[in-house]
Design a protein around this ligand. Structure first.
Ligand SMILES: Cc1cc2nc3c(=O)[nH]c(=O)nc-3n(C[C@H](O)[C@H](O)[C@H](O)COP(=O)(O)OP(=O)(O)OC[C@H]3O[C@@H](n4cnc5c(N)ncnc54)[C@H](O)[C@@H]3O)c2cc1C
Length: 589
């Protein structure tokens, strides 16, 4: 199962979906130019192919183990992690005042796709560390920044995110972990967290946990949650490692996929309490955690793209080797010559490319929200980022599962057999629509919080832009584009109508009806946006060597996937009634 870094595809989408050229023209930072971006991608691609990709299969087969609180990661992982840190990859996106390279998010996102395509279970650890670095860099105390952030940014120590408890998943307001103030600026934490990725391992000398917990006087619900920094090993004032803290991995989850990633039960305060310090303000922990989670949501979307890419590469190879049936010219043809297999392979490529384009566009908004020319430009990008984040997370992870499933189908029965590896992609992909906020929760966020942003003006501005792309595609007047402009035009119209209808439901206080249509709305938005971004790619590349492929992918997406738009519109507008009217007996267990 070889893996080839998808550099040409990334360059095309960086140029067209992320608008890299105008980002560079606007100034992304000193020394950041096309040459640097190309060489970073080349180097990352080489590392992904040579060092990380070989970890993927043994990681799945061997998995992780727990022995008296000590977690062993799969063979080769600690060495690969050391090499990855030594090469400077851990700090690629971290702030420069903490030793990071502060590269633009569009590049960080592209590189992250390469890591995750090579080995998702390995790369997941960095997603969490990166988020923890960002949260601490933004709202940590000076002391927390001094002692922890640079070490985490370099990868010397890793970070975790401890939200989930057995009775508190999507509803974090239910969490019970307690934090008791000690009167000296520290707190003692007591409680159990479950499903904690990279909660324990021995690849680094320390692990820094960001933990949500309640203070004794905390109000009920999410308004009573605070965030704490709890190191595995306490850290002395001079930065040296002190004594072992009272936090321990007491279980490793047995799970469907990502076997190489340790998913831990973490127990805080078995003895006298795990020592922690407050991050941000008391009772405002959820806001702090959202700094971490928003970036992580994009990263998880990227994981969906990555799995889809890996599954597609594997299916393409198999379809060219496997001989079955007749084609027009051969008695025994490779299955790639059959129309239905071509349908699957083109769908895999175009769905993956659309999800990639959406993720890179989202990364662009992060860059503009941080590096834009003035306050107004940064604020506008911040609003667009808020709108795009749930779309990037949910659509790209749904695509990850769908494409991995198609990858098995292309393989036939062989795909169902574990040694082939197609099954691993499917198993690994299945967590992505669940963690970092389930895709149902993302869709509700899109409809109830993002659609009404600025009185609906953010969505309206997007619709205008998408309409412009449709006009551009039509103006090209290239017969190779087929019905691309027509189909995308219909999708934009359907999205516009559905947005208006949902906005009206929200204003009328019919939240249930709006929420019933949330998942189809997110899909409708994604198909329309993804289709338009692919069209942009086709327009830009049409006179280049990459043109035929870019056009074929965009055309197939518009004519075979964006065509679902009108049906999704109808589901949103008329489907809610039957759902809400369904008798309670239909849902009785
Ligand atoms: C492999 C793995 C790694 C993980 N890593 C981490 C980690 O590092 N740190 C961490 O803190 N957590 C982690 N998690 C936990 C993960 O984030 C949660 O599983 C996820 O947020 C969902 O919570 P839940 O499992 O309790 O599901 P529930 O919240 O019980 O949801 C069950 C179903 O109900 C739906 N639902 C729930 N509430 C609503 C609502 N209000 N409206 C509509 N639908 C709703 C959900 O969409 C879902 O379909 C991990 C989980 C796994 C499996």
């Amino acid at each position: 199962m070889t893996y080839k870094a998808q550099l040409d595809e990334l360059r095309l989408r960086l140029g067209t979906a992320a608008g890299l050229h105008d980002l560079l023209a606007g100034g992304l930072g000193e020394g950041i130019d096309q040459g640097l971006i190309d060489s970073v991608l080349e180097e990352a691609g080489r590392f992904a192919e040579e060092v990380l990709a070989p970890l993927n299969r043994p990681g799945d087969e061997v998995g992780v183990s727990l022995d008296d609180g000590r977690v062993t990661v799969p063979p080769g992982w600690a060495d690969a992690y050391r090499r990855w840190c030594e090469a400077g990859w851990a700090g690629i996106g971290a702030p420069s005042q903490f030793g990071g390279q502060h590269m633009p998010q569009v590049l960080v996102t592209a590189v992250s796709e390469l890591w995750n395509t090579a080995c998702l279970s390995f790369s997941l650890g960095h997603v969490l560390t990166q988020g923890a670095v960002e949260a601490l860099a933004r709202i940590g105390t000076d002391e927390q920044k001094r002692l922890y952030v640079a070490r985490m940014a370099s990868g010397q120590w890793t970070g975790t995110m401890n939200l989930t408890e057995p009775h508190a998943g999507s509803d974090l307001g239910l969490l019970k972990t307690r934090a008791v103030p000690q009167g000296d600026g520290t707190y003692r934490l007591f409680g159990t967290k479950c499903f904690i990725s990279y909660g324990e391992h021995e690849m680094t000398e320390n692990i820094i946990h960001l933990v949500l917990a309640r203070l004794p006087d905390a109000p009920e619900g999410t308004r009573g949650i605070s965030m704490f920094l709890v190191p595995k090993w306490l850290v002395n004032a001079d930065g040296s490692i002190g004594r072992r803290n009272d936090v321990r991995c007491t279980g490793i989850e047995s799970k469907l996929g990502i076997h190489g990633s340790p998913t831990c039960v973490m127990t805080y305060g078995e003895k006298d309490g795990a020592v922690g310090t407050l991050v941000g303000e008391e009772h405002k922990g959820l806001a702090g955690m959202f700094i971490m989670m928003n970036r992580a949501r994009l990263e998880v979307g990227v994981q969906g793209v990555s799995i889809a890419e890996r599954a597609t590469q594997q299916a393409m190879r198999y379809a060219n080797e496997r001989l079955q049936g007749r084609s027009a010219t051969k008695r025994l043809a490779p299955i790639v010559e059959h129309a239905d297999v071509r349908r699957m392979l083109l769908s895999m490529q175009s769905l993956t490319a659309a999800a990639r384009a959406i993720c890179l566009l989202t990364a662009r908004e992060i860059d503009l929200s941080e590096r834009g020319p003035d306050d107004a430009a940064r604020a506008a990008a911040g609003s667009r980022l808020a709108l795009l984040t749930p779309i990037a997370k949910a659509f790209a992870t749904d695509i990850g599962v769908e494409v991995a499933s198609m990858g098995i189908q292309v393989h036939g029965g062989t795909g169902f057999m574990e040694p082939t590896g197609a099954a691993q992609h499917y198993r690994d992909a299945r967590i992505l629509p669940i963690y970092e906020g389930t895709n149902g929760i993302q869709a509700i966020d899109l409809v109830t919080r993002k659609l009404p942003l600025e009185g609906g003006a953010v969505v309206k501005a997007y619709l205008a832009e998408l309409g412009q792309t449709v006009r551009d595609a039509r103006a090209v007047n290239d017969p190779r584009f087929g019905l691309m402009a027509d189909r995308l035009g219909e999708a934009v119209a359907a999205l516009g109508k559905a947005s208006l209808w949902l906005g009206e439901r929200l204003r009328a206080g019919e939240g249930d009806r709006a929420q019933a249509g949330a998942v189809p709305y997110l899909r409708l938005f994604s198909l329309t946006l993804g289709g338009c971004l692919l069209a942009k790619g086709a327009i830009a590349a049409r006179n280049e060597a990459s043109g035929p492929r870019a056009i074929a992918i965009a055309r197939h997406f518009a004519e075979s996937h964006a065509t679902a738009a009108n049906g999704l519109h109808d589901t949103i507008v008329t489907g809610a009634d039957a759902l809400l009217a369904a008798d309670a007996s239909l849902f009785a267990a």
